[in-house]
Design a protein around this ligand. Sequence first.
Ligand SMILES: NC(=O)c1ccc[n+]([C@@H]2O[C@H](COP(=O)([O-])OP(=O)(O)OC[C@H]3O[C@@H](n4cnc5c(N)ncnc54)[C@H](O)[C@@H]3O)[C@@H](O)[C@H]2O)c1
Length: 280
Amino acid sequence: MADATTERNPLPDTSAGTAPGRGRLRGRRVLVVGGGQQVFDAATDPIGNGRATSLLCAREGAGVVVADRLLDSAEATVDAARADAPAGPVAAVRADVCDPGDIGAMVDRAAELLGGLDGVVYNVGIGVGALDLAGVDPAEWDRTFAVNVRGAALTARAAFPRMTSGGAMVLLSSVAAVRPSSRLVAYGASKAALAGLQPYLVTEGAATGIRVNTVMPGLVDTPNGRAAGAGRPDRAATAIPLGRMATGWDIGYAALFLLSDESAYVTGQTLTVDGGRTSV
Ligand SMILES: NC(=O)c1ccc[n+]([C@@H]2O[C@H](COP(=O)([O-])OP(=O)(O)OC[C@H]3O[C@@H](n4cnc5c(N)ncnc54)[C@H](O)[C@@H]3O)[C@@H](O)[C@H]2O)c1
């Protein structure tokens, strides 16, 4: 069985995500919110979900705006996307989704830079705080919900009027929404709340031809996922039927499908990408 900890995917990735684009998002305009990634060791960090999604969108022919609280990291994504797909317009925008004003400005700027919007990926997600109820801190709980849930709702509210019929929004959940294995109480509850939010977005979006779906990753070997897993044998890849963690590419490809016309009749669904972990 493969050991995920031996499968390092530094950027640029040489073991995954190397398939050439096939124009699956040709002419589309995509905003990836949280398209940077946390930096621990730039030399060895694997690729994150938002960066992989941004690169795949650019490679498949989309114009991409990468928004993040960390402007440097969003710019690193843009640099990588330019190298990957020099034809597509790509740009970075700084935005903190805790701030509703930032969200409005981010969507306005993305639509202005791209000449409209067809796709939005809400990749931002934080998992701070206690591993059990006793350690729950109300301020951390509120911040987790503001970033993971309220930010998604406000991004949809700002973006839907800018999006064309046939557009798509993708939310990033986690198997922590359905299994308490992450042991991050507020994180799991906030990801579960996205499942409650999604039907409302589906209904409002469908009125103007916008689809809304969710990608639900299991354990992913992103910089953040690797840090969260340090010293946690319960997060071992051996508990995963496919025998390895996901890479950011695995998650990006799922988001790509849900953004593309290949999923034109799919809305309100959750695509679990966990190597079979929650199926057994
Ligand atoms: N890595 C995993 O094991 C895993 C598992 C399940 C789900 N997920 C989900 O996938 C998504 C991405 O995960 P990742 O591991 O690549 O994480 P990541 O932290 O590297 O990426 C998230 C990005 O969001 C940005 N961000 C954080 N707070 C923000 C804010 N207030 N405003 C704007 N940007 C902000 C970060 O700077 C970062 O660039 C998250 O939603 C996460 O919950 C990850």
